[in-house]
Write a protein that binds this ligand. Sequence first.
Ligand code: MF3
Ligand code: CO
Length: 250
Amino acid sequence: MIFLKTGEEIEIMDEANRIVHKVLDALGESLVPGATTLELDRIAENMTLKEGAEPAFKNYHGYPASLCVSINDEVVHGIPSGKRTIREGDIVSVDFGVLYKGYYGDAARTYAVGKVTGEAARLIDVTRESLKKGVEQAVDGNRISDISKAVEGYVLDNGFSVVKDYVGHGIGKNLHEDPQVPNFTKDDGGYPIRAGMVLAIEPMVNAGCSDVTVDRDGWTVRTRDGANSAHFEYSVAVTADGPRILGVRS
Ligand code: MF3
Ligand code: CO
């Protein structure tokens, strides 16, 4: 079931995502060697409550924290811990969502901590740029597969791979709504994109091969080959004037 949003709903979702991006900005400042991932979780949760919103991921399907922090070969859903310390040279993916006035916001970024390898820096740049390529295709009259194709094409051209076990999604009164937004092309034509859709587009890109495994904690997704992974996500409204990235001043 796909829910198209009114202009008013999109404005509320813009506010929700504004809070998400404010938190992600603050986390970027806090990502210093020696910080624990639990400290980051606390910062995210406290800021969110102060803004009059709720963390979206806490207790979602039993997820035990507010923030997902995935380091190096971890792809997504890394659980914050007081025992996990950020180190110089890490690449750290932070994924965060809030519920605000009945609507969800969801976004993610990968940060480099201090000096990282050239490949890690390029992985981050390519993943960020692949998201932009996907966003450009979030246009009324296109198909979801146009987003998928743009993301995957850019990633493969740059010698990296896209994760296939996890996908982007519609978002609104629910964190995850139809349609799914894969970062790879399938042979079906792909669902038609319409104005009023809000899509969470979120390429997860691996430096090595696309296979992933899930840790025994039931959550942490990591690359099978141990290579680095990066993740960027925007919630994007499809409007009559084209794609609008929510929570970010254009
Ligand atoms: N941010 C993830 C997404 O983009 C959701 C996190 S799942 C959770 O879909 F369980 F960790 F909340
Ligand atoms: Co998402």
